[in-house]
Ligand binder design. Structure first.
Ligand SMILES: [Zn+2]
Ligand SMILES: [Zn+2]
Length: 368
């Protein structure tokens, strides 16, 4: 297979198009063409995210209409063509991406907060968020603005690289709460993909002790393998009492809520120390109540992050290349594009202990 400058790009490609509520159809659609500052990426792997599960059922703001939208925002692949101004990448380069480009003209984007663009979903104002408001990676090819593309080293496989956005999101969270975790006691609620990655990042940043709180033994065990110091199965132990006891009644320095459960936020408020920080990586589907009086009286703060901002996907590539964080254990299943429905079912129902499920739209480019 040749990936030289003269590589043939087919006119049509296979893509998973969202044609109706929760219905993906594999269609032959026109292969997109890169604009002046874009690259065309041949997608190697695109991971399924809980955001995908959500937006398939209830369209998110700015999402294109049924029949026109290709989802998928966590992907990796190879640059196969580029716009006329692009000298940042060469054809044949292995890359990963971040979903959000932003618009480049609103106040938030101008200050680097492009994942919270004020023109979100307004394509006519230049906003792009691949897999959310513009076409994404459940396709053989996808177009990305160069700002959203990061080269990956040969040591990082394509499937693992498709999870770099998850790592970027977690790093963005750590940066948002102020960073510098050395010696801190960190409690992570919810051993889903972002919770498990949070455990790894907290350890890489030399946290004093990392607690992982959950209900599923298999997920907790994976957390232990990834470095969690203390597992707390809420069916057997009270995590709030345990952390209070272990910290002489003080509480955790940082609590990362990634369960998205109705109880998660209140648990976080109860277990974080006075003036401690809570990072919300998960969020419940429905409104929840929590003790905001204690939050205010004890000067505790809640932080939120949207996506993988501030260029943290670039930092994620570096961290992954260093070997201090490993995303491979999270990838439990992979499917070809034709079996994307099976992939979603596996992810949604956690069949076979599924954690992250990846879809590979092109068969032959793994580690070319
Ligand atoms: Zn995602
Ligand atoms: Zn913007």
């Amino acid at each position: 297979m040749c990936y030289g400058e003269n590589m043939e790009i087919p006119e049509k490609m296979k893509a998973a198009v969202l044609v109706d509520r929760n219905v993906l159809a594999i269609r032959d659609v026109e292969t997109p063409k890169p604009g002046p500052a874009d690259v065309l990426i041949q997608v190697a792997s695109c991971a399924i995210c809980s955001s995908d599960v959500s937006l398939l059922v209830h369209p998110w703001p700015g999402q294109p209409p049924y029949g026109e939208f290709i989802p998928g925002h966590e992907y990796s692949g190879m640059v196969v063509a580029k716009g006329e101004t692009v000298d940042e990448f060469r054809v044949g380069e292995r890359v990963s991406v971040e979903a959000h480009y932003g618009c480049g003209r609103c106040r938030n984007c101008r200050r680097g907060n492009y994942t919270s663009c004020l023109n979100y979903g307004k394509r006519e104002k230049g906003h792009r968020a691949n897999g959310f408001t513009t076409n994404g990676g459940f396709a053989q090819y996808v177009v990305n603005h160069v700002n959203t593309v990061y080269p990956i080293p040969d040591s990082v496989g394509f499937e693992e690289a498709s999870l770099i956005t998850n790592l970027g999101c977690v790093l963005y969270g750590f940066e948002t709460v102020g960073g510098y975790v050395v010696g801190d006691r960190v409690a992570v609620i919810g051993p889903g993909p972002l919770g498990l990655i949070s455990v790894e990042v907290a350890k890489a940043l030399c946290a004093g002790k990392v607690y992982l709180i959950g209900t599923r033994a298999s997920r907790l065990q994976m957390g232990a393998a990834l470095g969690a110091d203390r597992l707390v199965d809420v069916n057997q132990e009270d995590p709030i009492a345990l952390i209070r006891e272990e910290t002489r009644g003080i509480g955790a320095d940082l609590v990362i809520e990634s369960s998205g459960s109705a109880q998660g936020l209140q648990m976080a408020i109860a277990m974080v120390r006075r003036m401690g920080k809570i990072l919300l990586l998960g969020f419940p589907e429905d409104p929840v109540s929590a003790d905001f009086a204690s939050l205010a009286k004890d000067n505790k703060s809640i932080y939120t992050v949207r996506g993988e901002g501030w260029g943290n996907v670039g930092r994620a590539v570096s961290l992954l290349a260093s070997g201090r964080v490993d995303l491979k254990p999270l990838i439990t299943h992979s499917f070809p594009l034709a079996e994307i429905d099976e992939g979603f079912k596996t992810f949604r129902e956690r069949i076979g202990g599924a954690v992250k499920v990846v879809v590979n739209p092109n068969e032959k480019i793994e580690n070319a």
